[in-house]
Design a protein around this ligand. Structure first.
Ligand SMILES: [Zn+2]
Length: 307
């Protein structure tokens, strides 16, 4: 009985947080970040992703449920590089959650340690369209960057829950291994098509196409974020003819009319790829996203190149 009382006194003296803590509440702005957080956090975290993978991540309609999720978050993971600038700041202020404001411990900008392309050097003007001054924010579409993002998530979760360090390390090592195996598969599948010239609708794919050896020679958008114009479309068709490009990659949230019209002129092909986890049901997690996109892409490349 005495021992019991002693134990009870000991338990009561422990900080409440040790018991109340439970799982870390992680909110991710996109499903890609959500998937990586699940990979690393496992059953030590509960993850909510805000934007769906089939939505344009530049323009997301903030739902009331988003504010609730952000208000309860212990960690907020963002893509950064101004991708969410149109919809995240009001959510952050409405949430009244000081833990996850920029600069606070619970705020993680996943772009800080990744490789960013297309960082503008000169002055940015409106005439350039919706150019991101901090570089292209679609950097998650490259497995090397996925690994860097997972590492940053591991470090942040460890900082907030140091007792689970070994658990997060082990999950990271496991993810790293599966990702490396994936890279071997994807590189082998893409090898025959190295240097093939293609067109994409938006500048969503510079990291992806560079990594897998394709050459993006033009865009359906005349400028980032600006809808297709007849003048630009005619020029693009001429340029594609000249350079022998036949494949047009389109994100699921864009109108297929212009890409289809271009493709008809060239006897080419329009391919809708998933730019994010959840962009299609097969792209259920970060590794499956690449499995899906590479399978679709190689199928289409085979048709247009005859290789
Ligand atoms: Zn963009």
């Amino acid at each position: 009985m005495k021992i019991f009382k002693l134990l009870l006194a000991f338990v009561l003296a422990l900080p409440l947080g040790a018991f109340a803590q439970g799982k870390l509440n992680v909110v991710a702005t996109t499903e890609d970040l959500g998937s990586l957080a699940r990979e690393i956090g496992g059953d030590k975290v509960s993850v909510t992703a805000l934007a769906k993978g089939y939505q344009d991540p530049h323009f997301v309609d903030p739902k009331p449920s988003f504010i609730l999720a952000v208000s309860k978050a212990d960690v907020l993971i963002v893509v950064g590089r101004e991708l969410e600038i149109g919809w995240l700041p009001p959510l952050l202020s409405s949430s009244r959650n000081s833990k996850i404001q920029p600069g606070a411990n619970g705020y993680l900008d996943a772009s800080q340690t990744v490789r960013i392309l297309e960082i503008p050097t000169g002055q940015i003007t409106r005439a350039m369209g919706d150019v991101h001054p901090l570089g292209n924010p679609h950097y998650w579409l490259e497995p090397g960057n996925g690994r860097r993002m997972a590492q940053a998530i591991k470090d942040k979760l460890t900082e907030l829950s140091p007792g689970d360090k070994a658990y997060f390390e082990q999950r990271y090592a496991d993810f790293d291994q599966r990702l490396a195996a994936g890279e071997k598969r994807w590189d082998a599948a893409m090898a025959p098509y190295k240097g093939t010239k293609i067109v994409t609708y938006h500048r969503s794919w510079p990291n992806f196409m560079e990594r897998f050896g394709l050459n993006v020679m033009g865009y359906v958008e005349p400028k980032p974020g600006i809808p297709p114009s007849p003048t630009h479309t005619i020029e693009l068709i001429e340029e594609m003819k000249r350079q022998g490009a036949k494949l047009i990659v389109v994100e699921p949230y864009f109108d297929l009319k212009t890409p289809q019209a271009i493709s008809n002129q060239l006897g080419g092909k329009v391919l809708v790829l998933a730019p994010s986890v959840g962009g299609t049901k097969e792209a259920a997690d970060y590794i499956k996203l690449f499995d899906y996109d590479i399978a679709q892409l190689t199928l289409a490349l085979k048709q247009v190149t005859g290789k």
